[in-house]
Design a binder for this molecule. Structure first.
Ligand SMILES: NC(=O)c1ccc[n+]([C@@H]2O[C@H](COP(=O)([O-])OP(=O)(O)OC[C@H]3O[C@@H](n4cnc5c(N)ncnc54)[C@H](O)[C@@H]3O)[C@@H](O)[C@H]2O)c1
Length: 428
Protein backbone atom coordinates (compact mmCIF):
# COMPACT_ATOMS: atom_id res chain seq x y z
CA UNK A 1 0.00 0.00 0.00
CA UNK A 2 1.27 3.43 -0.85
CA UNK A 3 1.25 6.04 1.85
CA UNK A 4 -0.70 9.25 1.36
CA UNK A 5 2.57 10.96 0.68
CA UNK A 6 3.57 8.53 -2.04
CA UNK A 7 0.19 8.62 -3.69
CA UNK A 8 0.42 12.35 -3.75
CA UNK A 9 3.92 12.25 -5.22
CA UNK A 10 2.69 9.93 -7.92
CA UNK A 11 -0.05 12.29 -8.97
CA UNK A 12 1.50 15.70 -8.82
CA UNK A 13 4.73 17.55 -8.71
CA UNK A 14 5.82 20.70 -6.99
CA UNK A 15 4.35 22.07 -3.83
CA UNK A 16 1.36 19.71 -3.56
CA UNK A 17 3.25 16.46 -3.33
CA UNK A 18 6.02 17.55 -1.04
CA UNK A 19 3.59 19.50 1.07
CA UNK A 20 1.65 16.31 1.83
CA UNK A 21 4.86 14.51 2.50
CA UNK A 22 6.12 17.18 4.80
CA UNK A 23 2.82 17.49 6.64
CA UNK A 24 2.79 13.76 7.27
CA UNK A 25 6.33 13.67 8.55
CA UNK A 26 7.72 16.96 9.54
CA UNK A 27 5.39 19.91 9.03
CA UNK A 28 8.10 21.53 6.93
CA UNK A 29 7.57 23.61 3.81
CA UNK A 30 8.48 21.84 0.56
CA UNK A 31 11.68 23.82 0.22
CA UNK A 32 12.68 23.03 3.81
CA UNK A 33 11.95 19.33 3.32
CA UNK A 34 14.18 19.20 0.29
CA UNK A 35 16.87 21.26 1.99
CA UNK A 36 17.26 18.63 4.71
CA UNK A 37 18.41 16.04 2.20
CA UNK A 38 20.38 18.33 -0.10
CA UNK A 39 23.83 17.26 1.07
CA UNK A 40 22.87 13.56 0.95
CA UNK A 41 21.60 13.95 -2.61
CA UNK A 42 24.82 15.67 -3.60
CA UNK A 43 26.90 12.93 -1.94
CA UNK A 44 25.05 10.25 -3.91
CA UNK A 45 25.25 12.16 -7.22
CA UNK A 46 28.98 12.86 -6.82
CA UNK A 47 29.76 9.24 -5.93
CA UNK A 48 27.81 7.96 -8.92
CA UNK A 49 29.47 10.33 -11.36
CA UNK A 50 32.96 9.54 -10.01
CA UNK A 51 32.23 5.81 -10.38
CA UNK A 52 31.03 6.24 -13.97
CA UNK A 53 34.11 8.22 -14.83
CA UNK A 54 36.51 5.71 -13.30
CA UNK A 55 34.80 2.69 -14.87
CA UNK A 56 34.51 4.27 -18.30
CA UNK A 57 33.21 1.86 -20.92
CA UNK A 58 32.82 -1.00 -18.48
CA UNK A 59 30.37 0.82 -16.17
CA UNK A 60 27.14 -1.03 -15.38
CA UNK A 61 24.31 -0.31 -12.98
CA UNK A 62 25.36 -3.36 -10.95
CA UNK A 63 28.55 -1.43 -10.09
CA UNK A 64 26.43 1.43 -8.77
CA UNK A 65 24.33 -0.93 -6.69
CA UNK A 66 27.48 -2.49 -5.16
CA UNK A 67 28.94 0.91 -4.38
CA UNK A 68 25.82 2.09 -2.58
CA UNK A 69 25.41 -1.19 -0.70
CA UNK A 70 29.03 -1.39 0.47
CA UNK A 71 29.81 2.21 1.37
CA UNK A 72 28.54 3.09 4.83
CA UNK A 73 28.30 6.81 4.24
CA UNK A 74 26.38 6.35 1.02
CA UNK A 75 24.03 3.79 2.56
CA UNK A 76 23.37 6.25 5.38
CA UNK A 77 22.69 9.04 2.87
CA UNK A 78 20.18 6.89 1.01
CA UNK A 79 18.56 5.88 4.31
CA UNK A 80 18.19 9.52 5.31
CA UNK A 81 16.57 10.39 2.00
CA UNK A 82 14.22 7.46 2.41
CA UNK A 83 13.35 8.50 5.95
CA UNK A 84 11.17 11.23 4.52
CA UNK A 85 8.75 8.59 3.36
CA UNK A 86 8.25 4.89 4.12
CA UNK A 87 7.48 3.98 0.51
CA UNK A 88 10.19 6.15 -0.95
CA UNK A 89 11.88 3.51 -3.15
CA UNK A 90 10.42 4.97 -6.35
CA UNK A 91 9.52 8.38 -5.02
CA UNK A 92 13.13 9.04 -4.09
CA UNK A 93 13.96 9.56 -7.73
CA UNK A 94 10.76 11.58 -8.08
CA UNK A 95 11.83 13.81 -5.23
CA UNK A 96 15.26 14.12 -6.65
CA UNK A 97 13.86 15.35 -9.92
CA UNK A 98 11.48 17.67 -8.14
CA UNK A 99 14.37 19.02 -6.13
CA UNK A 100 16.40 19.51 -9.26
CA UNK A 101 13.69 21.23 -11.25
CA UNK A 102 13.08 23.58 -8.34
CA UNK A 103 16.70 24.51 -8.04
CA UNK A 104 18.53 23.94 -11.35
CA UNK A 105 19.36 27.07 -13.30
CA UNK A 106 18.15 26.92 -16.91
CA UNK A 107 20.60 25.98 -19.64
CA UNK A 108 20.78 28.48 -22.45
CA UNK A 109 20.50 26.73 -25.81
CA UNK A 110 21.08 28.64 -29.03
CA UNK A 111 19.75 27.17 -32.25
CA UNK A 112 20.60 28.55 -35.67
CA UNK A 113 18.35 28.04 -38.67
CA UNK A 114 15.53 27.95 -36.17
CA UNK A 115 12.87 28.79 -38.77
CA UNK A 116 13.98 25.94 -41.04
CA UNK A 117 12.75 22.39 -41.36
CA UNK A 118 15.21 20.77 -38.92
CA UNK A 119 14.80 23.65 -36.47
CA UNK A 120 11.04 23.21 -36.46
CA UNK A 121 11.37 19.49 -35.83
CA UNK A 122 13.85 20.07 -32.99
CA UNK A 123 12.67 23.02 -30.95
CA UNK A 124 9.61 21.39 -29.40
CA UNK A 125 11.63 18.39 -28.36
CA UNK A 126 14.25 20.55 -26.66
CA UNK A 127 11.57 22.54 -24.83
CA UNK A 128 9.80 19.38 -23.70
CA UNK A 129 12.92 18.08 -21.98
CA UNK A 130 14.02 15.44 -24.47
CA UNK A 131 17.45 16.94 -24.95
CA UNK A 132 18.56 17.70 -21.39
CA UNK A 133 16.19 15.58 -19.37
CA UNK A 134 12.84 16.08 -17.68
CA UNK A 135 14.24 18.13 -14.79
CA UNK A 136 16.43 20.56 -16.69
CA UNK A 137 14.88 23.95 -17.49
CA UNK A 138 16.01 25.59 -20.72
CA UNK A 139 16.09 29.02 -22.31
CA UNK A 140 15.90 28.94 -26.09
CA UNK A 141 17.62 31.51 -28.23
CA UNK A 142 16.65 31.31 -31.89
CA UNK A 143 18.82 32.64 -34.70
CA UNK A 144 17.80 32.98 -38.32
CA UNK A 145 18.23 35.38 -41.22
CA UNK A 146 16.39 38.75 -41.17
CA UNK A 147 13.96 37.48 -43.81
CA UNK A 148 12.96 34.59 -41.54
CA UNK A 149 12.14 36.70 -38.46
CA UNK A 150 8.39 36.66 -39.16
CA UNK A 151 8.42 32.91 -39.48
CA UNK A 152 10.34 32.75 -36.19
CA UNK A 153 7.61 34.77 -34.50
CA UNK A 154 5.13 32.10 -35.51
CA UNK A 155 7.38 29.34 -34.17
CA UNK A 156 7.69 31.22 -30.88
CA UNK A 157 3.92 31.58 -30.61
CA UNK A 158 3.60 27.83 -31.07
CA UNK A 159 6.28 27.12 -28.48
CA UNK A 160 4.53 29.38 -26.00
CA UNK A 161 1.20 27.74 -26.80
CA UNK A 162 2.64 24.40 -25.70
CA UNK A 163 3.09 25.81 -22.16
CA UNK A 164 6.17 23.67 -21.61
CA UNK A 165 6.99 23.82 -17.88
CA UNK A 166 10.73 23.56 -18.59
CA UNK A 167 10.83 26.46 -21.05
CA UNK A 168 12.04 29.41 -18.99
CA UNK A 169 12.92 31.85 -21.74
CA UNK A 170 12.48 32.32 -25.48
CA UNK A 171 14.11 34.94 -27.69
CA UNK A 172 14.80 35.40 -31.40
CA UNK A 173 17.42 37.37 -33.25
CA UNK A 174 19.10 37.80 -36.61
CA UNK A 175 22.44 38.66 -34.97
CA UNK A 176 24.77 35.76 -34.07
CA UNK A 177 26.34 37.72 -31.19
CA UNK A 178 22.96 38.48 -29.65
CA UNK A 179 21.68 34.94 -30.10
CA UNK A 180 24.83 33.23 -28.76
CA UNK A 181 25.33 35.53 -25.74
CA UNK A 182 26.04 33.29 -22.73
CA UNK A 183 24.92 30.07 -24.49
CA UNK A 184 25.74 26.79 -22.76
CA UNK A 185 24.95 24.79 -25.88
CA UNK A 186 24.79 25.94 -29.48
CA UNK A 187 23.37 23.83 -32.27
CA UNK A 188 24.37 25.23 -35.64
CA UNK A 189 21.80 24.04 -38.13
CA UNK A 190 21.27 27.15 -40.24
CA UNK A 191 22.78 26.77 -43.67
CA UNK A 192 21.77 26.38 -47.24
CA UNK A 193 20.51 22.83 -47.68
CA UNK A 194 21.59 20.74 -50.64
CA UNK A 195 18.92 20.64 -53.34
CA UNK A 196 18.50 18.06 -56.10
CA UNK A 197 21.60 17.84 -58.30
CA UNK A 198 23.57 20.38 -56.23
CA UNK A 199 27.31 19.66 -55.97
CA UNK A 200 28.92 19.45 -52.57
CA UNK A 201 31.53 22.02 -53.61
CA UNK A 202 28.83 24.64 -54.33
CA UNK A 203 27.25 23.93 -51.00
CA UNK A 204 30.60 24.29 -49.26
CA UNK A 205 31.38 27.68 -50.74
CA UNK A 206 27.93 29.01 -49.77
CA UNK A 207 28.13 27.74 -46.24
CA UNK A 208 31.75 28.24 -45.22
CA UNK A 209 31.29 31.97 -44.69
CA UNK A 210 28.38 31.42 -42.29
CA UNK A 211 30.45 29.26 -39.95
CA UNK A 212 33.39 31.62 -39.95
CA UNK A 213 31.13 34.46 -38.75
CA UNK A 214 29.42 32.24 -36.18
CA UNK A 215 32.75 30.88 -34.85
CA UNK A 216 33.91 34.45 -34.21
CA UNK A 217 30.63 35.31 -32.48
CA UNK A 218 30.80 32.25 -30.22
CA UNK A 219 34.37 33.10 -29.30
CA UNK A 220 33.28 36.57 -28.28
CA UNK A 221 30.09 35.90 -26.32
CA UNK A 222 29.85 32.17 -25.48
CA UNK A 223 33.33 30.84 -24.75
CA UNK A 224 31.99 28.01 -22.61
CA UNK A 225 29.47 26.74 -25.17
CA UNK A 226 29.40 23.17 -26.38
CA UNK A 227 28.78 23.42 -30.08
CA UNK A 228 27.17 20.87 -32.39
CA UNK A 229 27.34 21.55 -36.11
CA UNK A 230 24.55 20.08 -38.24
CA UNK A 231 24.60 22.40 -41.26
CA UNK A 232 26.51 20.84 -44.14
CA UNK A 233 29.30 20.15 -44.80
CA UNK A 234 29.08 19.57 -41.04
CA UNK A 235 32.62 18.30 -40.39
CA UNK A 236 34.39 21.05 -42.28
CA UNK A 237 32.01 23.67 -40.91
CA UNK A 238 33.08 22.55 -37.41
CA UNK A 239 36.69 23.07 -38.41
CA UNK A 240 35.91 26.57 -39.73
CA UNK A 241 33.90 27.56 -36.64
CA UNK A 242 36.57 26.23 -34.27
CA UNK A 243 39.45 27.85 -36.18
CA UNK A 244 37.62 31.18 -35.83
CA UNK A 245 37.18 30.70 -32.09
CA UNK A 246 40.77 30.71 -30.79
CA UNK A 247 39.77 31.11 -27.11
CA UNK A 248 37.66 27.96 -27.17
CA UNK A 249 38.97 24.40 -27.09
CA UNK A 250 38.53 22.50 -30.38
CA UNK A 251 36.92 19.76 -28.26
CA UNK A 252 34.00 22.15 -27.70
CA UNK A 253 33.08 21.73 -31.37
CA UNK A 254 31.51 18.52 -32.66
CA UNK A 255 29.82 17.67 -35.92
CA UNK A 256 26.75 15.51 -36.16
CA UNK A 257 27.33 11.98 -37.45
CA UNK A 258 24.49 10.55 -35.42
CA UNK A 259 22.06 10.35 -38.32
CA UNK A 260 24.55 8.14 -40.17
CA UNK A 261 24.92 5.97 -37.08
CA UNK A 262 21.14 5.55 -36.72
CA UNK A 263 20.74 4.82 -40.42
CA UNK A 264 23.43 2.15 -40.21
CA UNK A 265 21.90 0.65 -37.05
CA UNK A 266 18.55 0.35 -38.77
CA UNK A 267 20.02 -1.31 -41.89
CA UNK A 268 21.98 -3.82 -39.86
CA UNK A 269 19.09 -4.63 -37.52
CA UNK A 270 16.75 -5.13 -40.49
CA UNK A 271 19.23 -7.47 -42.17
CA UNK A 272 19.68 -9.51 -38.97
CA UNK A 273 15.92 -9.49 -38.26
CA UNK A 274 16.40 -8.03 -34.76
CA UNK A 275 15.19 -4.96 -32.92
CA UNK A 276 17.40 -1.95 -33.51
CA UNK A 277 18.25 -1.81 -29.80
CA UNK A 278 20.08 -5.14 -30.16
CA UNK A 279 22.79 -3.40 -32.21
CA UNK A 280 25.70 -1.85 -30.31
CA UNK A 281 29.14 -0.43 -31.10
CA UNK A 282 28.48 0.44 -34.69
CA UNK A 283 30.92 3.10 -35.87
CA UNK A 284 30.69 5.58 -38.73
CA UNK A 285 34.18 6.79 -39.54
CA UNK A 286 35.07 10.03 -41.27
CA UNK A 287 32.94 12.56 -43.09
CA UNK A 288 29.16 13.08 -43.03
CA UNK A 289 29.07 12.58 -46.80
CA UNK A 290 28.91 9.76 -49.31
CA UNK A 291 32.55 8.91 -48.44
CA UNK A 292 31.70 7.97 -44.84
CA UNK A 293 32.51 4.44 -43.71
CA UNK A 294 29.83 2.72 -41.63
CA UNK A 295 31.79 -0.07 -39.97
CA UNK A 296 30.35 -3.16 -38.31
CA UNK A 297 33.75 -4.77 -37.51
CA UNK A 298 33.37 -3.94 -33.81
CA UNK A 299 29.57 -4.10 -33.65
CA UNK A 300 27.57 -6.61 -31.69
CA UNK A 301 24.03 -7.88 -32.14
CA UNK A 302 22.53 -9.15 -28.91
CA UNK A 303 26.08 -9.49 -27.60
CA UNK A 304 27.39 -11.59 -30.54
CA UNK A 305 29.79 -10.23 -33.16
CA UNK A 306 27.66 -8.68 -35.90
CA UNK A 307 29.90 -10.21 -38.60
CA UNK A 308 29.22 -13.68 -37.19
CA UNK A 309 25.49 -12.99 -37.19
CA UNK A 310 25.26 -11.48 -40.68
CA UNK A 311 27.94 -13.61 -42.41
CA UNK A 312 27.46 -11.84 -45.72
CA UNK A 313 30.54 -9.89 -46.82
CA UNK A 314 29.05 -9.12 -50.23
CA UNK A 315 25.97 -7.53 -48.63
CA UNK A 316 28.17 -5.51 -46.28
CA UNK A 317 30.34 -4.06 -49.00
CA UNK A 318 27.88 -3.78 -51.87
CA UNK A 319 24.63 -2.90 -50.12
CA UNK A 320 25.05 -1.89 -46.50
CA UNK A 321 27.84 0.65 -46.93
CA UNK A 322 26.43 2.42 -50.03
CA UNK A 323 22.84 2.39 -48.72
CA UNK A 324 23.86 4.15 -45.51
CA UNK A 325 26.29 6.51 -47.21
CA UNK A 326 23.81 7.57 -49.89
CA UNK A 327 20.69 7.63 -47.75
CA UNK A 328 20.61 11.43 -47.64
CA UNK A 329 20.53 11.65 -51.44
CA UNK A 330 17.89 8.91 -51.59
CA UNK A 331 15.66 10.89 -49.23
CA UNK A 332 16.12 14.12 -51.20
CA UNK A 333 15.17 12.22 -54.34
CA UNK A 334 12.06 10.77 -52.70
CA UNK A 335 10.69 13.78 -50.84
CA UNK A 336 12.25 16.63 -52.81
CA UNK A 337 13.78 18.02 -49.63
CA UNK A 338 16.59 16.92 -47.35
CA UNK A 339 15.91 14.77 -44.30
CA UNK A 340 14.55 16.95 -41.51
CA UNK A 341 12.72 14.95 -38.83
CA UNK A 342 15.36 12.19 -38.72
CA UNK A 343 18.13 14.81 -38.71
CA UNK A 344 16.40 16.62 -35.84
CA UNK A 345 16.05 13.35 -33.97
CA UNK A 346 19.75 12.65 -34.44
CA UNK A 347 20.68 16.13 -33.23
CA UNK A 348 18.57 15.70 -30.09
CA UNK A 349 20.27 12.33 -29.44
CA UNK A 350 23.76 13.73 -30.11
CA UNK A 351 23.43 16.65 -27.71
CA UNK A 352 21.51 14.59 -25.12
CA UNK A 353 24.28 11.99 -24.93
CA UNK A 354 27.00 14.65 -24.90
CA UNK A 355 25.27 16.55 -22.08
CA UNK A 356 23.92 13.72 -19.97
CA UNK A 357 26.22 10.79 -20.81
CA UNK A 358 25.92 7.76 -23.06
CA UNK A 359 25.99 5.22 -20.18
CA UNK A 360 28.92 3.35 -21.68
CA UNK A 361 27.41 3.14 -25.18
CA UNK A 362 29.59 4.09 -28.11
CA UNK A 363 28.21 6.95 -30.15
CA UNK A 364 29.79 8.42 -33.26
CA UNK A 365 30.60 12.13 -33.20
CA UNK A 366 32.69 14.24 -35.54
CA UNK A 367 35.49 15.48 -33.28
CA UNK A 368 38.92 17.05 -33.78
CA UNK A 369 41.09 14.30 -35.22
CA UNK A 370 44.24 12.99 -33.56
CA UNK A 371 47.06 10.67 -34.58
CA UNK A 372 44.96 7.66 -33.53
CA UNK A 373 44.13 5.25 -36.36
CA UNK A 374 46.57 7.08 -38.65
CA UNK A 375 44.18 10.00 -39.16
CA UNK A 376 46.38 12.88 -38.02
CA UNK A 377 45.23 16.23 -36.63
CA UNK A 378 43.49 19.13 -38.35
CA UNK A 379 40.11 17.81 -39.48
CA UNK A 380 36.79 16.86 -37.83
CA UNK A 381 36.50 13.10 -38.31
CA UNK A 382 33.71 10.77 -37.15
CA UNK A 383 34.97 8.39 -34.46
CA UNK A 384 33.33 6.40 -31.68
CA UNK A 385 33.23 8.18 -28.32
CA UNK A 386 31.74 7.51 -24.90
CA UNK A 387 30.10 10.52 -23.23
CA UNK A 388 29.96 11.31 -19.51
CA UNK A 389 27.38 13.44 -17.70
CA UNK A 390 28.26 17.11 -17.81
CA UNK A 391 29.70 17.22 -21.30
CA UNK A 392 32.90 15.15 -21.28
CA UNK A 393 33.59 12.67 -24.00
CA UNK A 394 36.38 10.17 -24.52
CA UNK A 395 37.44 8.79 -27.89
CA UNK A 396 37.36 5.00 -28.05
CA UNK A 397 40.95 3.93 -28.66
CA UNK A 398 42.83 0.76 -29.48
CA UNK A 399 40.43 -0.74 -32.04
CA UNK A 400 42.05 -3.06 -34.57
CA UNK A 401 41.49 -1.96 -38.14
CA UNK A 402 41.36 -4.55 -40.94
CA UNK A 403 42.71 -3.74 -44.44
CA UNK A 404 39.26 -3.06 -45.98
CA UNK A 405 38.39 -0.67 -43.14
CA UNK A 406 41.77 1.04 -43.41
CA UNK A 407 41.17 1.67 -47.10
CA UNK A 408 37.66 3.06 -46.50
CA UNK A 409 38.85 5.23 -43.60
CA UNK A 410 41.64 6.64 -45.74
CA UNK A 411 39.22 7.53 -48.56
CA UNK A 412 37.00 9.60 -46.30
CA UNK A 413 40.07 11.17 -44.61
CA UNK A 414 41.36 12.33 -47.99
CA UNK A 415 37.98 13.91 -48.78
CA UNK A 416 38.10 15.85 -45.50
CA UNK A 417 41.61 17.07 -46.34
CA UNK A 418 40.33 18.24 -49.73
CA UNK A 419 37.44 20.08 -48.06
CA UNK A 420 39.91 21.70 -45.66
CA UNK A 421 42.01 22.89 -48.59
CA UNK A 422 38.94 24.32 -50.30
CA UNK A 423 38.16 26.58 -47.32
CA UNK A 424 41.73 27.40 -46.27
CA UNK A 425 41.13 31.13 -46.78
CA UNK A 426 38.62 31.05 -43.94
CA UNK A 427 41.06 29.35 -41.54
CA UNK A 428 43.01 32.03 -39.68
N1 LIG B 1 24.62 16.54 -40.43
C1 LIG B 1 23.53 15.92 -40.86
O1 LIG B 1 23.38 14.71 -40.65
C2 LIG B 1 22.45 16.65 -41.64
C3 LIG B 1 21.26 15.99 -42.00
C4 LIG B 1 20.27 16.69 -42.68
C5 LIG B 1 20.47 18.01 -43.04
N2 LIG B 1 21.64 18.61 -42.71
C6 LIG B 1 21.90 20.02 -43.06
O2 LIG B 1 21.22 20.88 -42.14
C7 LIG B 1 21.06 22.16 -42.73
C8 LIG B 1 19.66 22.70 -42.50
O3 LIG B 1 18.70 21.88 -43.11
P1 LIG B 1 17.14 22.26 -43.12
O4 LIG B 1 16.45 21.12 -43.77
O5 LIG B 1 16.71 22.71 -41.77
O6 LIG B 1 17.15 23.49 -44.13
P2 LIG B 1 16.06 24.68 -44.27
O7 LIG B 1 16.39 25.38 -45.55
O8 LIG B 1 14.68 24.20 -44.05
O9 LIG B 1 16.44 25.64 -43.07
C9 LIG B 1 17.64 26.32 -43.01
C10 LIG B 1 17.40 27.56 -42.18
O10 LIG B 1 18.67 28.14 -41.96
C11 LIG B 1 18.48 29.52 -42.10
N3 LIG B 1 19.77 30.14 -42.36
C12 LIG B 1 20.45 30.22 -43.53
N4 LIG B 1 21.57 30.92 -43.35
C13 LIG B 1 21.62 31.27 -42.05
C14 LIG B 1 22.53 32.00 -41.26
N5 LIG B 1 23.62 32.55 -41.80
N6 LIG B 1 22.25 32.17 -39.96
C15 LIG B 1 21.14 31.65 -39.42
N7 LIG B 1 20.23 30.96 -40.11
C16 LIG B 1 20.47 30.77 -41.42
C17 LIG B 1 17.48 29.69 -43.23
O11 LIG B 1 16.87 30.96 -43.23
C18 LIG B 1 16.51 28.58 -42.89
O12 LIG B 1 15.50 29.02 -42.01
C19 LIG B 1 21.46 21.97 -44.20
O13 LIG B 1 22.78 22.39 -44.35
C20 LIG B 1 21.39 20.48 -44.41
O14 LIG B 1 22.22 20.05 -45.47
C21 LIG B 1 22.62 17.97 -42.02
Amino acid sequence: MLSAASRSLRHGVSARSVAVLSQVRTKMTPAEALKTIESEQKKCDDALQALMKSKGDSFTFADAKDLFANDKELSAAVAKIRELDMDIEWSWSRMQSLHQSLTKPPLKVALTGAAGAIGYAMLFRIASGEMFGPTQPVQLSLLDLPAAQDALKGVMMELNDCAFPLLKGLTASASPETAFEGADYAVLVGAKPRGPGMERADLMAANAQIFSVQGKALNKVAKGAKVTVVGNPANTNSLIASANAPDMSPDQFTSMMRLDQSRAEHQLAAKAGVDVSAVQRLVVWGNHSASQYPDISHATINGKWAKDVVKDEAWLKNEFVPTVAKRGAEIIEARGASSAASAANAAVAHVRDWATGSEGRWVTMGVPSSDAYGIGPGIWYGVPVVCYPGGDYKRVGGLSIDPYSAEMMEKTRLELLEERDAVKDLLP
